[in-house]
Design a protein around this ligand. Structure first.
Ligand code: M6R
Length: 367
């Protein structure tokens, strides 16, 4: 049942290239220049009238929403806000019939997310569910479903569901950009081509994970560590930090790199591991400055970045790991993979139950 893998999590990490391909299948037209989402009931007219978007989800699905929402903002220029579902309905969110609400849920059964969906409906919003289970409660209640085709996810730690949620967001953002005319046909085609390269790039990354394993064994001896990043990298390190906490029980925090010096820098002491993700090139130098602040206090920094930046970065960090290059808006679909592997190997190194971490359930059907 684990298909030759030691754990479901490892199997599911390796299924990501297929999940990407399956989620894109039939949603890109034959010319490769256009996204088509025939399943959507949301009309072009409605898309043109959307004034704002709320993205609501829990845990890993929320983290996918953070990435997806910022892709929408960049490509479509519609304001997006993000909420964890357990907060959403209790803060009286400003929902109007022109608000599009996107809920994200692998299982489609998360109680908090379902309640948020109902809150959105009560206020007249159109709700799109991005989910992996088309027969689920959330899929049934939503006005529209964009299905992720990741296949069943068994490990409690979500991996391929997260990354195929990203693909669903990219497709939907492109669809909206086409309808609202915010990206040219050439720009859309360029992004689609880069998306189609993602599955092979993930395969390549998974061919050799020895250095991540070695690093995971190192950090498994620590009780605290930090992740830093800016922009989309900040969103991805939040997911990396959750994954690590969930299955290795190592305490970690993900910080917006520029925010460290507003308090958290006080916790940086000799030898504490800090993992910095640097794929967003417009802010790369800014993150490098933050890395220098960490180094000056004795932190041990591992940088995850594109090949071309490794030589230069090695002047400021202790170690670096290269990932394949893609467009800035797509980087999460690649950069999350070493973070998943890091959590996996750290859990293994600590001799823990990778697929069934303590205190957690796969699907959280209570509030
Ligand atoms: O099924 P859902 O996507 O709604 O689940 C949401 C969270 O409970 C889930 O992503 C959780 O955070 C994962 N165990 C994280 O790996």
């Amino acid at each position: 049942e684990k298909g030759g893998y030691d754990h479901f999590m490892l199997k599911e990490i390796h299924e990501q290239p297929k999940a990407y391909r399956d989620t894109m299948l039939g949603r890109i037209d034959a010319s490769g220049k256009k996204v088509v989402l025939p399943e959507l009931k949301l009309t072009d007219e409605q898309i043109k009238n959307i004034t704002n978007i709320h993205i609501v989800a829990c845990g890993t699905a929320y983290h996918a929403g953070l990435v997806g929402g910022s892709v929408i903002e960049q490509l479509v220029r519609i304001p997006v806000t993000f909420d964890v579902a357990s907060e959403y309905r209790y803060r009286s969110p400003l929902i109007t019939p022109q608000t599009l609400v996107i809920v994200v849920s692998q299982s489609g059964e998360t109680a908090d997310t379902l309640a948020a969906l109902r809150e959105a409906h009560d206020n007249g919003a159109h709700v799109i569910a991005i989910t992996n289970v088309v027969g689920s409660s959330i899929a049934r209640d939503a006005d529209d479903v964009i299905a992720t085709l990741a296949g069943p996810e068994i490990a409690v730690a979500s991996t391929k569901a997260y990354s195929s949620q990203l693909i669903a967001f990219y497709l939907f953002a492109l669809h909206m950009a086409q309808v609202r005319g915010t990206q040219t046909e050439a720009e859309v085609a360029h992004i689609i081509a880069a998306m189609q390269a993602l599955p092979e790039q993930v395969e390549k990354m998974l061919e050799n994970t020895d250095s991540i394993k070695t690093y995971a064994e190192e950090i498994s001896k620590h009780d605290h560590l930090f992740f830093i990043g800016r922009g989309m990298d900040y969103a991805v390190v939040q997911e990396g930090s959750l994954k690590l906490k969930e299955i290795s029980y190592i305490h970690s925090e993900a910080y917006a790199a520029g925010e460290l010096k507003h308090g958290t820098l006080a916790l940086i002491e000799e030898g504490i591991p800090v993992i910095a993700l640097l794929t967003q090139e417009h802010v790369l130098e800014k993150t490098v400055s933050n890395i220098k602040e960490v180094k000056a206090r004795g932190g041990a920094v591992m940088a995850i970045t594109y090949d071309e930046h490794v030589p230069n970065l090695l002047k400021s960090v202790d170690q670096a790991l290269a990932i394949p290059k893609t467009l800035p808006i797509l980087s999460a679909a690649l950069s999350v993979v070493p973070l998943q592997m890091l959590a996996y190997y750290a859990s293994l190194a600590r001799g823990l139950d990778v697929d069934k971490p303590r205190n957690l359930a796969k699907s959280v059907t209570v509030e």
